[in-house]
Design a protein around this ligand. Structure first.
Ligand code: ZN
Length: 316
């Protein structure tokens, strides 16, 4: 099995995590969490989204967040946008990386944009041109890329069509999102292999939700196919819009922990990531989907209990 030596993680908790929280999260708390994510060593952080405040009230302060966070030069601060107004807002508060999202599912995309997915991407061209003027880098994301709750499986041909549409408007960084947690490792491996071979000039991100417990396995599958960029959210925040109460994003600290156990570098300080996850869990005041926050690190276990002691105490 092939594994890369280094993986880059994008911390999407401030956007994909917080936007699913019912309780209001204060501006101060959001800024604190993003600053801690920077300090922990994440190289990409999704800080919020520039969408209409009525559409996603929890994200209405993204402009203020962008103005007040402590940035590091080697960290990319990414925000989600859907239109020209979003690009303007991003530019006015110094955000230099934006993400344009389309849904691979026609019905899902019709609900969001009232257009077919490829038409949505064609319309993004004006956004890319404006972003260029502001020297902003633009990435694309394809949600429900592994399956849709309304349409079922999403074909590889559909994904290829959307990837090519993104390439035509000048986007060469694409995230494939398993928005509803339906992807399985075999599918991820096969799809990633075909896409990375066919479109070798694309920088790929994979974004998994742990709705059905398959997220870490899917990362392993994606890594085996050579993909080195993954999204994850502190404490495993987030949710699934079609399965209320279901688990959220893959937890960042679980991902960092697994990779470090495998000897794969992330550039993230695991202890700081765990501290941040614990802070977030306490702040939102409900259970979240993070194994490490409950069980602790494997390395702590070994330190605390020498092998002899484990044998003496174990009953089965
Ligand atoms: Zn997501």
């Amino acid at each position: 099995m092939f594994f890369p030596g280094k993986i880059t993680i994008c911390e999407v908790g401030p956007r994909d995590g917080f936007q699913n929280e019912k309780g209001v999260i204060s501006l101060e708390d959001k800024i604190f969490c993003i600053n801690q994510a920077t300090e922990s060593g994440y190289q990409v952080i999704e800080i919020g989204s520039f969408v209409h405040p009525k559409a996603v009230p929890q994200m209405s302060d993204t402009d203020e967040i962008a103005k007040h966070i402590k940035r590091k030069d080697d960290v990319q601060y990414r925000a989600l946008v859907t239109n020209l107004r979003g690009i303007e807002r991003a530019a006015s508060c110094g955000v230099n990386k934006v993400k344009l999202t389309v849904s691979a599912s026609e019905s899902h995309n019709m609900t969001n944009f009232n257009k077919k997915p490829y038409e949505t991407i064609n319309d993004f061209q004006a956004c890319v041109e404006l972003a260029d003027k502001y020297n902003m880098s633009v990435s694309g994301a394809i949600s429900t890329a592994f399956g849709c709750p309304f349409e079922g499986p999403i074909s590889l041909d559909r994904i290829a069509e959307l990837v090519e549409s993104f390439m035509r408007i000048g986007i060469h960084e694409i995230s494939l999102s398993d928005t509803t947690g339906v992807a399985n490792p075999k599918q991820v491996y096969e799809r990633s292999q075909i896409l990375t071979n066919r479109y070798s000039n694309i920088k790929w991100f994979l974004h998994f939700h742990n709705t059905r417990g398959m997220a870490l396995a899917n990362v392993v599958a994606g890594m085996s196919a050579g993909i080195t960029h993954y999204d994850a959210a502190f404490a495993g925040l987030g949710g699934c819009p079609y399965a209320p109460g279901a688990s959220g994003n893959l937890s960042s600290e679980d991902l960092v922990h697994m990779l470090h156990e495998m000897g794969i570098e992330t550039g993230v300080n695991l202890d700081q990531a765990i501290k941040l996850g614990a802070y977030v869990k306490k702040m939102v005041n409900h259970d979240t989907d993070s194994y490490i926050l409950v069980a602790g690190k494997v390395s702590d276990l070994v330190k605390e209990k020498p092998i002899g002691q484990i044998n003496n105490n174990s009953s089965s």
